[in-house]
Ligand binder design. Structure first.
Ligand SMILES: *[C@@H]1O[C@H](CO)[C@@H](O)[C@H](O)[C@H]1NC(C)=O
Ligand SMILES: *[C@@H]1O[C@H](CO)[C@@H](O)[C@H](O)[C@H]1NC(C)=O
Length: 292
C-alpha cells in the first residue's frame, strides 16, 4: 500500500464529501467487494401512525452497520411492512458531519440508539421493541441494556453478522477498503472514525461490552453469520456462547448463498431467517432460489 500526503489529505477530507465523490476518489485500488452507497428513501419506514397488532405487538427497530445508514435496509423494510410490522430505523454515529453512520465512538452511538428507541416506545405507547442489528448494529442494543437504560426494553434481538466479540485488524481493514478509505495508522482512523479501533476484539470497548457474558439477560437472541464474512473473522465470533441463543450459519440454510458481510442485508434467505425469528409461529423454510 502506498502512503502519500496527498492520499492522507483525501482520507481526512472524505467525510465531508458525498457518496458519489467518495467512490470516484482513487484513494486505494477498488477491491472486488467495493460498495456503492445509494441514497434511497424507504416508503413506510418510521411511520408513527402504524398500527401494532396482536400478531405483531411490538415496534421493530433496525440498526445498520458501520459506514452504512438507515437506507441500507431497502431490501428488508418493504417485506417487513408487507408482513405487518411497524418498522423503524435511524442513522446513528455520524461523525464530524459525515454522510455515513457508525463512525462515532460506539458509546455515543449506543446512546443515540437509546434516545431513538425510547422515542419509538413513547410514541407507539408500548414498553418493548424487537431489534434487528447488522454488524456494529448488532451490539448497540446490548450496550444499551448493560450500561445505559435499556434493561427490559428489548424483547428479542436478531444479529445479522453482528460483531459480538469484535473484529480483527484485518476485519476493519477489509470494511474500510470496501469503501476506499483504508489507512494503516490508527491515529488517522481515529480522527474520522473512532468506532473502527473500538471494534477490534482486544479493545477496551469490546472487553467492557462482553464483561460478565455476551448475552443480554431476558432477551431472546439469535444470530446469523456467513462463511464468506471478510469483516468478522473468524465468522463464528458472531455467535453468542449461551446455550439459549439460536446461532445459524447462512450456508447451513442455503449452501449456495455467497453473501459476504455487507451484502447479508440484501439476502432474502437472511430476511426469511429474521422473519422466522421474529415470529416463530409463521416460520417457513427459506427459498434458496429467491435471488441473492
Ligand atoms: C397507552 O397504553 C395504555 C396501556 O396499554 C392504555 O391504557 C392507554 O390508553 C394508551 N394511551 C394511548 C394514548 O393510546
Ligand atoms: C483477537 O483475534 C485474534 C485473531 O483471530 C486472536 O488471535 C485473539 O486471540 C483474539 N483476542 C481476543 C481477546 O479475543
Amino acid at each position: 500500500m502506498k502512503f502519500t500526503i496527498a492520499s492522507l489529505v483525501s482520507a481526512v477530507a472524505l467525510m465531508t464529501l458525498s457518496a458519489v465523490q467518495v467512490s470516484a476518489l482513487p484513494v486505494v485500488p477498488k477491491p472486488a467487494t467495493a460498495v456503492s452507497i445509494e441514497k434511497r428513501s424507504i416508503a413506510g419506514l418510521n411511520n408513527y401512525d402504524c398500527q401494532l397488532t396482536a400478531a405483531h405487538p411490538r415496534p421493530l427497530v433496525l440498526v445498520h452497520a458501520t459506514l452504512l445508514t438507515a437506507d441500507s435496509w431497502f431490501t428488508f423494510v418493504p417485506v417487513l411492512i408487507e408482513q405487518g410490522y411497524c418498522v423503524f430505523a435511524l442513522t446513528y454515529g455520524q461523525y464530524k458531519g459525515s454522510t455515513f453512520g457508525g463512525l462515532d465512538y460506539i458509546e455515543n452511538s449506543a446512546q443515540e440508539l437509546a434516545t431513538f428507541t425510547d422515542n419509538v416506545l413513547a410514541k407507539m405507547n408500548v414498553t418493548q421493541v424487537d431489534m434487528v442489528g447488522h454488524s456494529q448494529g448488532g451490539i448497540l442494543g446490548r450496550y444499551w441494556i448493560k450500561y445505559l437504560d435499556g434493561a427490559g426494553k428489548i424483547n428479542r434481538m436478531v444479529g445479522v453478522s453482528p460483531i459480538t466479540h469484535g473484529t480483527t485488524l484485518d476485519g476493519i481493514t477489509n470494511i474500510a477498503k470496501a469503501f476506499n478509505i483504508f489507512y494503516p495508522a490508527e491515529a488517522t482512523f481515529n480522527s474520522f472514525a473512532p468506532s473502527f479501533y473500538e471494534m477490534v476484539n482486544t479493545s477496551d470497548f469490546i472487553q467492557k461490552l462482553n464483561a460478565g457474558g455476551d448475552v443480554a439477560p431476558g432477551v431472546i437472541q439469535s444470530n446469523i453469520a456467513t462463511m464468506y464474512d471478510e469483516v468478522v473473522t473468524p465468522y463464528e465470533t458472531c455467535f453468542q456462547e449461551d446455550a439459549g441463543v439460536t446461532n445459524v450459519l447462512l450456508q447451513d440454510l442455503c449452501i449456495l448463498s455467497l453473501n459476504e458481510h455487507l451484502t447479508m442485508i440484501d439476502s432474502y434467505v437472511v430476511l426469511q431467517f429474521v422473519l422466522n425469528q421474529l415470529d416463530p409461529s409463521t416460520a417457513k423454510t427459506a427459498n434458496c432460489l429467491s435471488g441473492f
